[in-house]
Design a protein around this ligand. Structure first.
Ligand SMILES: [Fe+2]
Ligand SMILES: [Fe+2]
Length: 265
């Protein structure tokens, strides 16, 4: 495991970046908007846990540090992309103010166990998204913006690479199924609720601009994609609910390996 920082130029990027799946593009735009608040929150939780991890599980300290370096790099590049997103789509400031306040409150007011469970929940979801993005939907990226595609490929490949870290830290400090489950459910609802509202805002702008049709064919395509996503994700999410869930047995697949190797060469 190591931290990589690719050079990605967003100067010619169109934030309506997957023309064949605008709903997915804008859901991921919503996620990108969250990341410069969410990832620093993860890093703070890990830093707060670090002294106790050093006592009870020193063997995972190095991974914890690489995790933090990777997350810090993700935030850097997503912040650069978000500047483009904000320029092209007005009205995002109120969403950012809301999510910034949420994560400030979590860090200031919630116990470390809760923050680590939230982090673990988010990271479990990240593994599923990583597999979906890198293994299942190549056809959508044939006409997608190459810079934003690279941003997510790199990010999600590293998410897969560091899939065990938040899980191991939570397990070392606060083992217990229910707590992990609560973190998973809370983080999922919190983040999906937020990104869905951002997506609706961005799609409304696209409709005004005539870039997304609002007809039966478009709705059918959106529903078909939704089903495709559900079919892939449901069995994987079901595993996360199990008391014995662990990301360790998940093997890195070839597309993910190739993305990482392209930076390591
Ligand atoms: Fe990340
Ligand atoms: Fe992560």
């Amino acid at each position: 495991m190591k931290a990589r920082l690719p050079r990605i130029d967003f100067s010619r990027t169109d934030a309506h970046w997957i023309p064949t799946a605008p709903e997915l593009a804008h859901q991921l735009n919503g996620a990108s908007l969250v990341l410069p608040y969410l990832e620093p929150f993860l890093i703070k939780a890990m830093q707060a846990a670090r002294p106790r991890v050093a006592e009870v599980a020193p063997e995972i300290l190095r991974d914890l540090d690489v995790f933090n370096d990777q997350e810090a790099n993700h935030t850097r590049l997503h912040a650069a992309y978000n500047r483009v997103l904000r320029e092209q789509y007005p009205g995002l400031e109120r969403f950012e103010a809301e999510i910034r306040a949420d994560f400030q409150r979590f860090t200031a007011e919630m116990p470390l166990a809760w923050n680590l469970a939230y982090s673990e929940g988010f990271e479990s979801t990240g593994v599923v998204l990583s597999e979906f993005f890198l293994q299942e939907i190549d056809d959508l990226f044939e006409t997608a913006d190459p810079a934003v595609t690279e941003l997510w490929r790199w990010h999600l490949a590293e998410e897969f690479e560091h899939r065990n870290v938040a899980h191991d830290v939570l397990k070392a400090l606060y083992p217990g199924w229910l707590q992990r489950l609560r973190g998973f459910r809370y983080s999922g609802r919190h983040l999906f609720g937020f990104t869905s509202r951002v997506r609706a805002h961005l799609l409304a702008i696209d409709r005004e601009r005539g870039r997304v049709r609002d007809d039966a064919a478009q709705r059918r395509a959106a529903r078909a994609f939704e089903w495709r996503q559900r079919r892939f994700q449901l069995p994987r999410v079901a595993k996360i609910f199990m008391p014995w869930y662990s990301p360790h047995p998940r093997r890195m697949q070839e597309p993910t390996r190739q993305v990482l190797a392209s930076y390591d060469a």
